[in-house]
Design a protein around this ligand. Structure first.
Ligand code: ADP
Ligand code: ZN
Ligand code: ZN
Length: 749
């Protein structure tokens, strides 16, 4: 036998499979990981094909043999190998790179080993009690026999906690044929999942029953793609749980993707409480050992329900029946590391190949997905009511310009302070939400709400220092590159309160402590969640009522279910509204609706205060009314008028290099190549609305200088050759620089 092997080395010279001889004594299949010689070295590789000698076009003596097989089972399932091949083809990157996505990193690098432990077990048929009686002169052995009486295998480590130094006695018992001692693999489990109590499903609401009525027939046939639009608190999780239950009874497995690491503890709790050890968890905060073991439990079929973050879409679930993508509108489903992918597209690809049903779900579906549902790509399923007909929270918009007028310069409006007082007095809890600041700041007037925007693009301009830390500040448009000086007074109202916007979570916390010294707060942002279990700990503290206020960034906006939260304050709704991104209105609507949805989820009704300098902005108004349809129609027409996706494609070629001159020169070369191509291809040129080379808004990340070529193209089948060209241009990547092609990326930063 001859094995075709992709070596696990990222270099264009080794991008194609190499042939190796399989020794007669060795058993391997497609998908096995193997150790093979490569020049003077030995490297890991994946078997991607097997053939016989006849297929060879050179003498077999030239082949080197496979050194050894690395795992006791093929690491890659055939459909995942096909998926990796498809992804490599689509993104013009070496197969070895997409294959890496399919395994825990620590497994590839060999840093992690299976953990083994010694177990003791009574030999079947032995009467432990009677035997213990006989061991009068050996009390330790007697105790051990009684401990093992139920016949189950027990870790020797556990026995050591009950019997001092049990090893000698256990050996003696083994020798007399009463027990056996065996090494077994132990699985390191994610923290805190062991102690979760089991629950059963509640009777379903009418909306939940209807939703399941639509989806279950497709699930039984292993097909279908659904978009579940259910208001916050409509009980979407219970729908997933029912779908997963059905999937398991069909003998299949399920993957449930959640966007935020912060959400996984609560979601994991739901799934573990329903499906126990059938549940596996995959996310970046696990230790290498935990991730490796969870992955192996999935691969070996011991866990058939996988809850995880984006990369869990590659989990090796063998008979995949269902993929759920919770909060499908989240940007986190677009990976920002190479090779880039969209978990929603991977879900569609896997489901078609493996015969699974896809369920995208959100209270605020992305414009793109909802448009696709309207077009018939997904079946739309709606749950318009909250569980038990609880009302949606009441949202009040506070005009922050008025606060300034009346001399209140605090970041809290008088109404919010008053509501916080009432909330604490009633023994309830509050959440204060501040959207993350993003990479850049915009300039706005605190008196009238005016924001400096690009006259060409209708996007907020952002503040940059053009020449080093002390250079003059300038405003730039990220879309067209226009530059202007920041104004000293507001061009709209003449106020001098025009400045860059930004108040962090830390400032919110400080003001809270000043205003309410006796109130305990929990702050959740990038700074407080660096530790591995920080999310679970902080949420646990708030959940147990040890703090009355949870202050946080988007991390706390979604999914969280705390029954005692009756008040939600959105400290500065404008922050996302003014992001230099065409999706700013969509993000704002989503964030306000989602965060508002955290209030009043149990018996007490909820209240939401949205602070803004733009109280009559239609997107804030739609969010306050929690009217998704109204927002969708409005935003859809705005996109059509402004020629934004889904009507156009935004594409970019991003060049990253340690040397600025190289990155810049390559961006210019790419720009010229594209222009030349367009000149000789009039139909493509006609559909291209913009081509531009520039430095990226975030010019340097981790030592890499970044330049890009931006394109805006009508979304039309005719554009396919142009997109293919862009994709191919990434192969100009060399030792000094890397080129990435992105179509409608999560950010243009
Ligand atoms: P969503 O994800 O749609 O915002 P959740 O799934 O978090 O909503 O459910 C909201 C709350 O309603 C949760 O506390 C959940 O336990 C509860 N719930 C869901 N379904 C039911 C039901 N059928 N009966 C009673 N309570 C339910
Ligand atoms: Zn003004
Ligand atoms: Zn512009």
């Amino acid at each position: 036998m001859i094995a075709q092997v992709i070596v696990d080395v990222v270099h264009t010279n080794v991008a194609r499979p190499f042939s190796y001889l399989v020794p007669d004594s060795m058993s391997l299949t497609v998908g096995s990981r193997v150790l093979v010689p490569l020049g003077p070295r030995r490297v890991d590789g994946f078997v991607v094909g097997l053939s016989t000698e006849e297929a060879l076009d050179f003498p077999i003596e030239k082949l080197k043999p496979v050194v050894k097989v690395l795992d006791d089972y093929p690491a890659l399932l055939p459909p995942l190998l096909e998926l990796a091949e498809e992804m490599a083809l689509e993104s013009h990157c070496p197969l070895s790179e997409t294959l890496r996505l399919m395994l825990p990193a620590a497994m590839r690098t060999g840093r992690i080993q299976q953990k083994k432990a010694l177990y003791a077990q009574l030999v079947s048929g032995v009467d432990a009690a009677a035997e213990a009686e006989k061991q009068r002169r050996a009390p330790k052995r007697a105790t051990l026999l009684r401990l093992l009486a139920d016949g189950s295998a027990k870790p020797v480590a556990d026995l050591s906690a009950l019997v001092n130094e049990p090893r000698e006695s256990l050996k003696a018992l083994e020798k007399s044929g009463l027990i056996t001692l065996v090494e077994r693999e132990v699985f390191r489990s994610p923290d805190g999942t062991d102690a979760i109590a089991r629950t059963v499903a509640p009777p379903l609401t009418a909306d939940q029953q209807d939703a399941l009525g639509t989806m279950l027939p497709a699930l039984a046939q292993g097909k279908g793609a659904f978009l579940l639009h259910g208001v916050t608190g409509s009980g979407k999780t219970e729908v997933y749980l029912s779908m997963v239950q059905k999937t398991l009874t069909m003998g299949k497995g399920a993957i449930i993707l959640v966007p935020e690491i912060a959400l996984t503890p609560q979601m994991v709790r739901w799934f573990v409480s329903r499906f126990g050890p059938e549940t596996a968890v995959l996310h970046s905060r696990l230790t290498d050992g935990q991730r490796y073991d969870e992955w192996r439990r999935i691969r070996l079929g011991q866990a058939r329900v996988v809850v995880g973050a984006r990369s869990a879409i590659f989990a090796p679930v063998e008979k995949l029946g269902l993929i759920v993508i919770d909060e499908e509108h989240e940007q986190t489903y677009l990976s920002d590391k190479h090779p880039r992918y969209d978990a929603r597209r991977i879900a569609m690809s896997r489901s078609k190949r493996e015969g699974a049903t896809v369920l995208l779900s959100s209270a605020t579906p992305s414009i793109l997905s909802f448009a696709m549902a309207r077009r018939g790509d997904y079946t739309l399923v709606e749950m318009p009511r909250r569980v038990n007909d609880r009302p949606l929270p009441e949202v009040t918009i506070v005009d922050m310009r008025r606060e300034l007028d009346s001399g209140n310069r605090s970041i809290f409006s008088r109404l919010l302070i008053q509501k916080l007082h009432a909330c604490f007095q009633n023994g309830q809890q509050a959440m204060l939400f501040l959207n993350r600041r993003g990479y850049n700041t915009f300039v706005s007037c605190r008196k009238c709400g005016y924001v400096v925007k690009c006259p060409q693009c209708d996007l907020s301009m952002t503040l940059h220092r053009e020449h080093g830390e002390d250079g003059p500040q300038q405003l730039r448009c990220h879309m067209c590159g226009a530059v202007q000086d920041p104004p000293d007074v507001c061009p709209e109202c003449g106020s001098k309160y025009i400045r860059y916007f930004g108040s962090g979570t830390q400032r919110v916390e400080e003001e809270m402590h000043k205003l309410f010294p006796q109130i305990q707060t929990v702050r959740m942002d990038i700074d407080t969640t660096r530790e591995r279990d920080a999310h679970a700990k902080l949420l646990g503290k708030f959940g147990r009522g040890e703090a009355q206020v949870l202050i946080g960034t988007q991390m706390i906006a979604k999914g969280l279910d705390f029954p005692k939260v009756t008040l939600v304050g959105v400290v500065a709704a404008d922050m996302t509204l003014n992001l230099p991104d065409y999706r700013a209105p969509e993000r704002t609507f989503q964030l306000i609706t989602q965060v508002a949805g955290r209030a009043g989820r149990a018996q007490q009704p909820g209240e939401v205060i949205v602070q803004t300098y733009k109280p009559d902005n239609p997107c804030i108004e739609a969010a306050a009314a929690q009217d998704y349809r109204a927002f969708f129609e409005m935003e859809f027409s705005r996109r059509r008028a402004g020629l934004y996706p889904p009507f156009t494609l935004l594409a970019r070629l991003l060049v990253e290099s340690e040397r600025e001159a190289d990155a810049k020169a390559m961006a210019e070369q790419l720009y010229n190549t594209v222009q030349t191509y367009l000149l000789s291809h009039p139909p493509q040129k006609k559909r291209t609305l913009m081509v531009r080379a520039d430095e990226a808004p975030v010019k340097r990340i981790r030592g890499q200088f970044r330049y890009h070529v931006l394109l805006k193209i009508f979304d039309h089948p005719d554009a396919a050759p142009l997109l293919a060209l862009l994709s191919e241009l990434t192969s100009l990547t060399n030792e000094n620089l890397r080129i990435y092609c992105e179509i409608n990326p999560a950010t243009m930063m």
